[in-house]
Design a protein around this ligand. Structure first.
Ligand code: FAD
Length: 317
């Protein structure tokens, strides 16, 4: 079932979450261990991230450095299928532009279609760490909007090979990312919203936001979206803060601000358990206010660790 149908059919706020494929070489059991404790909150869908190649440099015996390309977290398509079989909930694979040609993307989409997966979250992906900015694959896409157009084309039965006889159209429901604190590369929020609206106009049907810790920023973002004519559901992305080090890691990695009250409370916590409790209580309060605000779903970034998300969900659902 499509995410939009789940949202339309719901008579209360839904609970959903995102997991990462395990690092290459790890068993799928680690994925199940992250999902099992969250199933009692009845997620109608589970998102699975997609990861591009990364470059590592290995020193050879002659002292020269060799650039090696690896994908540390492959397996998104297989994990989505395993989730659907084991838990009978919809899996939402993320599909990214970075590192993939249009043909590789089409092949992945066909696999997803054959597996009965109805949803995709379409993203550009970040730049490779060793590169100064995002560089698209030479036969790939530069923006999520280009990827949306490919999926919309496929939904109309237009494959890359135009010679195909009687091609069968896919029917993917398309979600995209939005940034309450604006995307790091956008010159300002208005420009970012212009491109977000472009993604919706092209065929995206709902938005999941970057994580945020200040609800006012989310509510202002929703109002700004509505003001520029974005009418689709906007799902807030949430993450309970769990360690002191995240005070620096989260802003750096996700380009977000942490509210002063939260930072002060985390800094005052004396033990790791106390820090975790501060993070959980903060997110519970966020969730209560967001439900009041009327969000259709609360979406959690679990990073494949379920304990803190389960503690929040227990207080809300
Ligand atoms: P885009 O929509 O392409 O936007 C990127 C920048 O370009 C923005 O500044 C925007 O304003 C601008 N822009 C957009 N369209 C155009 C256009 N047509 N012309 C000119 N400028 C434009 N990353 C992963 O690698 N794997 C994942 O699984 C993953 N999942 C994510 C899930 C969520 C909910 C979120 C919020 C992020 C996720 N990311 C993931 C990170 C994401 O890939 C990065 O934030 C990336 O830098 C931007 O992706 P985007 O889809 O928002 O890009």
């Amino acid at each position: 079932m499509k995410v939009t149908e789940h949202l339309q059919n719901a008579d209360k706020t839904l609970f959903s979450f995102e997991i990462l494929p395990p690092v290459k070489g790890t068993s799928i059991q680690s994925i199940y261990e992250g999902i099992d404790p969250l199933m009692e909150f009845k997620p109608p869908f589970i998102n699975v991230t997609y990861h591009r190649e990364e470059y590592v440099f290995k020193e050879r015996e002659n002292g020269l450095l060799e650039k090696i390309t690896i994908r540390k977290r492959p397996g998104t398509v297989g994990i989505c299928s395993a989730i659907m079989n084991k838990y009978h909930v919809d899996a939402v694979p993320h599909i990214i532009c970075g590192g993939f040609s249009k043909e590789e993307t089409e092949n992945a989409l066909m696999d997803l279609n054959f597996l009965g997966i109805d949803n995709v979250l379409l993203l550009r992906g970040d730049a490779v760490k060793t590169e100064p900015g995002f560089r698209p694959h030479k036969d790939g896409h530069a923006h999520a909007s280009d990827l949306i157009q490919q999926v919309v084309q496929l939904n109309h039965g237009h494959y890359l090979d135009e010679e195909m006889e009687n091609p069968v159209p896919t029917d993917f429901c398309i979600g995209v990312a939005g940034y309450p604190e604006k995307h790091v590369e956008a010159p300002n929020l208005a420009t970012d919203l212009k491109y977000l609206k472009h993604k919706i106009d092209l065929g995206a049907e709902y938005i999941i936001t970057q994580m945020f810790f200040d609800n006012e920023k989310f509510c202002d973002f929703v109002k700004a979206c509505r003001a520029v004519g974005i009418k689709v559901p906007i799902i807030p992305g949430l993450k309970p803060l769990t360690t002191k080090s995240q005070l620096n890691v989260l802003p750096r990695y996700f380009n977000i601000d942490l509210p002063e009250d939260l930072v002060n409370a985390v800094e005052a916590a004396k033990t790791p358990a106390e820090v975790k409790q501060v993070g959980i209580e903060w997110t519970i309060q966020q969730c209560k206010e967001l439900v009041e605000f009327g969000v259709p779903c609360l979406h959690f970034y679990t990073m494949s660790k379920s304990e803190a998300t389960a503690a929040v969900a227990r207080a809300i659902f």
